[in-house]
Write a protein that binds this ligand. Structure first.
Ligand SMILES: Cc1ncc(COP(=O)(O)O)c(C=O)c1O
Length: 511
């Protein structure tokens, strides 16, 4: 088989083609430089009164100004947090605590950090309405209006969705909430730095953002607060952030956030145009390769340019992800692997997309690392991944990896989990414990007359190893679908039972 990765290495390219910028982004060189300078030169506590402390305070306040510029608000309305999750929790639980109860309105397509905070509000006796989105991925202001009650204390609707890129009608929703006298929060984690986020134009009381989606560091974010609706802080124990968020400021982190905000603001419009062009090429190419593909998107003008959410009816999203991973391409699926099944994306279900189609979906999110060449490579690889698997390769339903199969002399079982993953849960007795990296090294020692069963933690990395083994001519390769986590969920206690049997029979695990 043509070794795509080796070719890339020879050309000295970065080996990974990254199409997952909505998950996180690489830290930009200018941001890294600013952070390194702050780390090296300015270790003072921003609350200290001496010169070193005052210098750190200067850096923190510069970052606040840089973040505020993207929101068109006074810097003192910006409060630093550790990121989007903390910001969302602060607003939702903080307003509820300050009001001592009440009803909230949110949507079914929010990020887990909003949904999780709302579930906690429910556990504390609050009521929450979770509105569905429409098939275009957008909620409607009229639905928000209909959900309001006399005891509604907060409406929380995200600005742009992380899975579909659909931009929500925040201005229209704000008109509804303003008329009803209810404060509005928007999670702008996916929109800040990518489209306009002027807090007055949006009409919001609260807005949350994070650095790591805009080429800044992980663990730094901000909350915009208009200052009209009281909230109870999440973290107490210090006067920092005007008592709204205690804890010594991570000066270098905030410097990174500020530098990323500045960088994003400077190139926002040109990046928008550039990514929109790449998106067009990508969508046209996908439709050409697979005419049945369905792009789950909003109308033009209501869509983030960098996000392409696409369903391939009849295909499995997880298999497509694994196949693309074999070509060193990183994409994502909204689905989550739970104990015994793959859960479809709650966002797609919240748009009324049937479960089967949701499970056949992948998300591509474009950003600073993508260009025309990477899009062409992606389409080249996708064409191969959409074809059938190599002869000899198949997935194994985790139900079918029974004690008998494990014990069979015709089975050659390989545990491809990383050492840290093996620490979390024990290996199957008798399995080879190999690293998913350098798997090729072991191919000559694999018997050709046995069924090889490969199992990594999730089923993704073992797919790549399985493809390589099958492509080397092995005729019987099986990869456990969903990996060890799925298998263990179905067979709790089996590893321990096999180990006990081995101990009683004097057998020792293979290395
Ligand atoms: C829409 C949205 N909100 C919130 C978050 C959480 O942000 P953070 O990772 O900074 O906690 C994310 C991150 O994936 C997101 O996409």
């Amino acid at each position: 088989m043509f070794d795509w990765r080796e070719w890339l290495h020879r050309l000295n390219y970065q080996p990974l083609l990254y199409f997952d910028h909505n998950a996180t982004t690489p830290v930009a060189p200018a941001v890294r430089a600013a952070m390194a300078e702050a780390l090296a030169g300015c270790y003072g506590n921003a609350s200290s009164l001496h010169t070193l402390g005052r210098t750190s305070r200067g850096l923190v306040e510069t970052a606040r100004r840089q973040v505020a510029e993207g929101l068109h608000c006074p810097p003192e309305r910006v409060f630093f947090t550790s990121g989007g999750t903390e910001g969302n929790n602060t607003v939702i639980k903080g307003v509820f605590a300050a009001r001592g109860g009440g009803h909230l309105v949110t949507t079914q397509i929010e990020h887990e950090s909003v949904l999780g905070a709302c579930h906690q509000v429910e556990a504390m006796g609050g009521r929450v309405t979770f509105l569905p989105a429409h098939p275009d991925g957008r909620v409607r202001a009229a639905d928000v209006r209909a959900a309001l009650r006399p005891d509604t204390i907060l409406v929380s609707v995200m600005h742009a969705n992380n899975e579909t890129g659909a931009i929500q009608p925040i201005g229209e929703i704000a008109a509804v909430t303003r008329a009803a006298g209810v404060p509005l929060h928007t999670d702008a984690v996916q929109s800040y730095g990518k489209i306009a986020t002027d807090v007055d134009a949006l009409g919001v009381e609260f807005l949350t953002l994070t650095a790591h989606k805009i080429n800044g560091p992980k663990g730094a974010g901000a909350l915009y607060w208009r200052g009209t609706t009281p909230f109870q802080p999440l973290i107490f124990g210090g006067d920092q952030e005007r008592k709204q968020r205690a804890g010594t400021e991570g000066v270098h982190q905030l410097v990174g956030l500020g530098a990323a905000a500045r960088l994003a603001a400077g190139r926002r419009e040109s990046e928008f145009r550039r990514l929109a062009g790449l998106r067009r090429t990508l969508v046209t190419g996908i439709r050409r390769l697979h005419p049945d593909a369905v792009i789950n998107e909003a109308e033009p003008g209501h869509q983030l340019p960098g996000t392409v959410n696409v369903s391939f009816p009849g295909k499995s999203g997880l298999r497509l992800l694994a196949g693309l991973d074999c070509h060193e391409i990183g994409v994502s699926i909204g689905s989550a692997c739970t104990a015994d099944r793959i859960e479809p994306s709650h966002v797609l279900l919240g748009m009324g997309i049937p479960e089967e189609r949701a499970l056949s979906t992948i998300r591509l999110s474009l950003g600073s690392t993508n260009n025309r060449l990477s899009v062409r490579f992606f389409l080249w690889a996708l064409e191969r991944v959409l074809r059938t698997d190599p002869p000899g390769f198949a997935y194994l339903d985790p139900h079918h990896l029974t004690a008998e199969v494990i014990r069979s002399p015709a089975t050659f079982l390989v545990d491809l989990r990383f050492p840290h993953e093996r620490l979390l849960a024990p290996s199957i007795p008798g399995a080879r414990l190999w690293s998913p990296f350098g798997f090729e090294r072991h191919i000559p020692e694999i018997p050709r007359d046995k069924r090889v069963i490969l199992m990594c933690a999730t089923g993704v990395l073992s797919t790549g190893s399985g493809y390589r083994l099958a492509s080397s001519g092995h005729g019987d390769v099986r990869v456990v679908f969903g990996g060890y986590s799925a298998w263990r969920g179905l067979n709790p206690g089996l590893v321990e039972r096999l180990a006990a049997e081995d101990a009683a029979g004097g057998r020792r695990p293979q290395e």
